[in-house]
Design a protein around this ligand. Structure first.
Ligand code: SAH
Length: 214
């Protein structure tokens, strides 16, 4: 039997804190969410590996360090609501939900959204609302958001997402083409202008236009 609790402690120490993530609330959330419950049973033994894992439909759950780093960049307050683009298996959603008041999460592939709903229910996460939709459009009903995160890379920052950002709000996402992407944090200033920070090269699946048609 793998001792997943000790694997998780090691993951936080060696992959996340060692690479510079410092926010104690983020480190605690990473200690608490059981990543093995978000991947299929056959891959549970790889749940704490230092890399992405396949979750079906050609998509991947992000590397634990990347999840922690992006979460730290969002600077989520306990009263903040978060918009997440790319629910995938729901792992990042669960981490965000431990820090935020509520998480609205969109996914373009219905099958993944349904699986994420099961994963999150099993993990006892209740402060999330999932929807099948196109993240390029954002989710206007609940805007403006103090925090927006995308786990898939558009070629340019989508205008709908900066529009739905609250004054002072943070949008964290990879931006770029198939072969080269960069982590970007966009902060909306009090006068509505946008400040962009470029934070280094990353590798993500692309943000694809439209919901999956079957
Ligand atoms: N955070 C996820 C990572 C999933 S990978 C996890 O922890 O599992 C990125 C996800 O973004 C994929 O599931 C992909 O289907 C989804 N995606 C891609 N383009 C999208 C779009 N336009 N709108 C919503 N989701 C999108």
């Amino acid at each position: 039997m793998t001792d997943f609790n000790s694997e998780r402690e090691k993951m936080v120490a060696r992959q996340i804190a060692a690479r510079g993530v410092k926010d104690p609330r983020v480190l605690q959330a990473m200690r608490e969410v059981r990543r093995e419950e978000f991947v299929d049973a056959l891959r549970a033994h790889y749940a704490y590996d230092d890399g992405p894992l396949p979750i079906g439909k050609g998509q991947t759950i992000s590397q634990p360090y990347i999840v922690a780093w992006m979460t730290e960049l969002l600077q989520i307050g306990t009263d903040d609501i978060v918009l997440e683009i790319g629910t995938g298996c729901g792992y990042q959603t669960a981490v965000l939900a431990r820090l935020a008041k509520h998480v609205y999460s969109m996914e373009r592939i219905a099958e993944l959204s349904q699986q994420a709903a099961l994963n999150l229910a099993r993990a006892g996460v209740t402060n999330v609302t999932l929807a099948v939709g196109d993240g390029y459009e954002g989710w206007p009903e609940h805007a403006p958001y103090p925090c927006i995160i995308s786990a898939a890379a558009p070629t340019d920052v989508p205008e709908a997402l900066t529009r739905q950002l609250a004054p002072g709000g943070r949008l964290v996402l990879p931006v770029g083409g198939r072969s080269f992407q960069e982590m970007v944090r966009v902060t909306k200033q009090p006068d509505d202008s946008l400040k962009r920070e470029y934070l280094g090269n990353v590798a993500f699946v692309p943000l694809v236009h439209g919901i999956e048609r079957r």
